[in-house]
Design a protein. Sequence first.
Length: 280
Amino acid sequence: MALHPSVLSLGRKTLHAWRHSFLANALLRNLAPSITKQPIENCPAWKAKLCGLKVPQLVKPRDEAAPLGAANINIILSLLDEATQADGDLCECGVFRGATLVPTGLYLKQRGIEKSIFGCDSFEGFGAAIAFDIELGGMGHEAKRVHGMNSTSMKYVAERVNAFGLDEMITLVPGYFENTLQQLADRTFCYVHLDCDMYDSYRTCMEFFYPRMAPGGIILFDEYDDPYWPGCNKAVDEYLSDKPEKPVRIERDNFVKSYVQKARVEATANTDAPELARAS
């Protein structure tokens, strides 16, 4: 393939990155239609891996149960089944490269669930507030620094959203949460996936989303009880200290995560008191 003169003028490292990006996008465009046509649960592992998606076929059960790392996609899909029965939209905070955001959109689209999904991320990595998490301690993590987790971009995620035909469902919201979440202030939510690592981010998100959760709505915490990110527990526990809901543990394939489900009133003849959701 002949390269444009402007590309030939680039340095070797930049040219390699350009070629990689070009080929990756071409592959993405080629595979996306076949992935979209089948239930996300049946997507072959090799296709998902090449497109940077998390799907059930890629899940390898752990030897022992542990709360480490990102959420098992099977946990996400099982919570979506229940959460989307409530009113409101969905949001993922900490999109990174869209590995769970895009499958979430496909899952809803394939089931004819007409809800909006918002993907919030700085797309620049952690800001200065990460200093507090460093002080908190926990196990060491190479990303626990300013600009950690910055190997992504809004353009990268937007290309995937577009390739899978999810532009009308998914809206990306770039910027730090304290500056951007107010754009969604008039929304009600049925499902929020928090994968934002830091104390400050979890605190900001809990203060914003909890009052906007529909009865029965679910907030999933990616880092709760994760020894690398103690700021998650601190922020969540502080915020929920005077609330009726407490984190509920959910486990799939020895992946352990926690979520909270907004209390809801069960209409019965004898009581109108809220009944907390139990783990499935």
